[in-house]
Design a protein around this ligand. Sequence first.
Ligand SMILES: [Zn+2]
Length: 427
Amino acid sequence: MWGVRGRGIGYSAGMRDTAVNAHYQQILGDTSPWSVSEVRLDVEHLVNEVRLTVRPDTIWACPKCQNRMHIKEWRTRRWRHMDTCQFKTVLEASVPLVECSEHGAQTVQVPWAEGSSRFTLFFEQFAVQVLEACPTARASELLKITWDEADGIKQRAVRRGLARRHVTGLKYVCVDEKAVGRGQDYMTVVTGVIGGDPRVLYVGDGRDEAALNGFWEWMGLEACAGIKAVSMDMSQSYQNSTRRYCPNADLIFDPFHMMKMLNRAVDEVRRREMSIGTGSERDALKQTRQMWLWGEENLPDRHAARFEVLKKSSLKTARAWRLKELWRTFRACIDVDDAHAFFLKWYKLAMQSKLEPLKKVARSFKAHLAGVVTIFKHGFCNSLAEGVNSRIQLLLQKSCGYRNRQRLKTDILFHFGGLNMDPLAAQ
Ligand SMILES: [Zn+2]
């Protein structure tokens, strides 16, 4: 329908071209001081080229001093725009490199794209939506861009979102370590509730004090003073970091992590019993590993009959399991005093169990008792953050191929940061 040059099937220049140019100008919105001057359909390569030119009398002013800038040179740049039918739409324009005598050389920013991106803002907006909805490989296939280009769009989106985000009035945060890959490599993920939803606020390298310090530094001292409680595992480094930066924060030891410690202890008891138990004990324990780790109500029906006998047996593993299941009722405590009383009873039973792995965990809980019971003071439950954590876990599992740490951090913030990444949205 529009002018196809040199292939004998188009219309001649004139009214038709003007109408097509105006049509594209309308699609692109305000592109001043450039305007659409030519639209050319390359049928052979399925490309629709839109040429923009700048008015020759344009005066370029320095953004810092408003003085007139002189053009040093022109560079031809191209940007991919949204497809038209099956045709790739590409914008092309000459962009000046200008120079202010005081503030030096600057590349002029075009209004339809960001920085040195090779995509228009419209295209990036669409790409962000596609990337949010499917894995990078699939998204780049749909968008007909390379994996690296898709990654670049993501990184710009996250940078844009982070620059726009203002976290105010934050009272509670959850800190969690995440294992990356198969090795002993870790990340520190900080989650907070913003506008009623759990959001990843920060991703730090490693799981030491410095990994969390970075988050507090980013928050600033004033905001840190407003933090009332921080949920974490029992690692010393997170405790140290929080105590150092947040003078008014209570430490809460995450019930999920305490449960993990207990489950590990139960499993250790089972393994020892498997290796040094009598023949009948070893037979009884065969292929029961997971049964002891599920919460009782989550045990699949197919194991119910066997486990009914096992759990009442005199096996050491069964004794450890009963202590673990008893601990699970801790969350039903009504306040700090109640939690305290419950703990003392449970601790006594654990110490009497003669099961060294359980005793070790019980001692560790006792050493951190203040942070074990504080959860009932704040009524703050990190089940919200747990939802995000399990989704991050899924992301980590799905993509063991994260060779690049920065990419993983970008992906976590891209998907779970709740950021406003729309390139066309108001700042
Ligand atoms: Zn200047």
